[in-house]
Design a protein around this ligand. Sequence first.
Ligand SMILES: [Ca+2]
Ligand SMILES: [Ca+2]
Ligand SMILES: [Ca+2]
Ligand SMILES: [Ca+2]
Length: 314
Amino acid sequence: MQMRKVVLAMTVFVFILSCGNDDGPDVDLIPPQLLSDVVVEDEEALQAYLQTHFYNYEDFENPPADFDFQVLLDTIAGVNSDKRPLAQDVESITIEVSSEDFDLDDNETIPHTMYYLIARQGEGGMPTSADSTYIRYEGSLLNGNLFDGTSDYTWQYLPFFLRGYSQGISKFRVGDAIVENPDGTTEISNGGVGIIFLPSGLAYFNGSSTGIPSYSPLIFKISTGLYIPDTDYDGDGIPSIMEDLNGDGDVTNDNTDLEQEEAIRSPAFPNHLDPDDDEDGILTRDEIIIDDQGNISFPDDDNDGIPNYLDRDS
Ligand SMILES: [Ca+2]
Ligand SMILES: [Ca+2]
Ligand SMILES: [Ca+2]
Ligand SMILES: [Ca+2]
């Protein structure tokens, strides 16, 4: 009896909810916001953050004996009210973002500012945005909520990660050696340490995932350990970064044979993941020349200005 009452009550409740839904807007019908609007909001939010927060720069300037070279962030307030704001320590680059990247059809290309802070520059080499890199990272929202992170270093092929993140990593040098401790464990000496600040247009924009609401600017604390110079992910003899044909630092938007690929397979493979970049049945490795010193040349048999490996008719 008690149960029936509950079921009846629930039925009425669901019915009322259903009626309400008919009148109200459906969440799925809310159109995505414009890149050009969101970039302004994100820039304001990032600036506010950079003005009101500081990092443990004093530890990096005069490292205590037991300092772990981890970045800590805090608010400029109370006993810390005289600290130097992040705004004075960050550098920035501008990255053009196309609305097409987020399946928006308004044909916008909007400059976005990516901020980064080098707390300690590494003593080793500098990865490109298309290299495999050994990284420790921690991602959070501007409100401090952590959404992801690794306690130890992990290998990341940078093009598989957020565009702003891979471009940010390419500003840091890695460490200079792998050092073995007396207890047998190893560590990397003199790696890069810092922070990357991304507007949502360089991150997930209108997408969302666990712990990351839509339109969230993101903060990544990072440590760069090692990298594989001239990473060649598809093994075709051409380093991934050299497959960035339009030179925008993003290898995911260069696909010479997109048309042919779309006709035969899905998804299509951008050049950095494609061992036959012109889909002519001859592997790219067999259409380029690599000499004993490792120098690459690109023959162009029919002299049409298009190298053989990108040319379907030569
Ligand atoms: Ca590109
Ligand atoms: Ca391709
Ligand atoms: Ca390729
Ligand atoms: Ca060819």
